[in-house]
Design a protein around this ligand. Structure first.
Ligand SMILES: [Zn+2]
Length: 243
């Protein structure tokens, strides 16, 4: 699971957010505090995609929202590029993961939770930055996937869970052009500066990456509402993507 990346978020403005925020400053908001500027930049016309409650990025997922305190609003991949998928293990059940991610006091959550039976919950939009890696840069560039179970119980990593997670990761890689390899699909343990050990020694990376590659090679139906399709020209964007 993640940790306290959210602390200090309200005081700091990311480097890339500042570039976009420059428009607000030029419009006369130069005296605004950082917090106000930060609120302003994403409200500028054309900088924010329309959002619909319950919208999904992964067709196989069920939406259940994480607490607002456990993620940061963003407009990825326009403000921050996405080039990593981070694999976690809950150290608990699927229900536990959902419960703690809905707790604003937890300070962390992942975009997705995958159960032993292969079900997938989406709790945060891929547009947004989830606090899951314990590293600000990694949070901004990654999608986090939590898996039900315990790192020291290999039997928790079921074929259904591997398969569902692999389809999810393959879809993420396809959406953002992320290479399907171990440089870009990593464990929480591999995040710089982390003291977390998940997904642990029993996570079968060879098996998992093979499943991701296979899923990537056999395209599945696109999400019901792709993240980029809700802005001005969904039809032409979809056509361009398919062409
Ligand atoms: Zn973790």
């Amino acid at each position: 699971m993640g940790e306290d990346e959210g602390r200090g978020e309200t005081r700091r403005v990311g480097r890339r957010a500042l570039l976009i925020g420059g428009g607000a400053a030029a419009a006369g908001a130069a005296v605004a505090g950082w917090d106000e500027l930060r609120r302003l930049w994403w409200r500028l016309p054309g900088t924010e995609r329309r959002r619909v409650e319950g919208e999904l990025d992964h067709a196989g997922a069920v939406w259940t929202a994480a607490a607002r305190a456990n993620w940061r609003r963003a407009d990825r991949p326009d403000d921050f590029g996405i080039d990593r998928v981070v694999i976690h293990v809950v150290q608990g059940s699927y229900a536990t993961a959902l419960r703690v991610f809905k707790n604003p006091g937890h300070g962390a959550a992942t975009h997705y939770v995958v159960g032993k039976d292969g079900r997938v919950a989406q709790m945060i939009r891929e547009l947004d930055v989830a606090f899951h890696a314990g590293n600000r840069d990694m949070n901004e560039r990654s999608i986090g996937i939590e898996h039900e179970g315990f790192v020291d119980r290999p039997q928790d990593f079921t074929p259904e869970m591997y398969a569902a997670s692999a389809r999810l990761t393959a879809g993420i890689c396809a959406r953002y052009g992320i290479p399907v390899d171990r440089e870009h699909v990593i464990g929480h343990v591999e995040v710089e500066g982390t003291d977390h050990t998940d997904p642990g020694p029993h996570w079968d990376w060879d098996r998992y990456m093979e499943l991701v590659r296979r899923a990537a090679a056999s395209p599945r139906p696109s999400p019901s509402t792709p993240p980029s399709a809700s802005s001005s020209a969904p039809a032409s964007r979809a056509a361009a993507r398919e062409g």
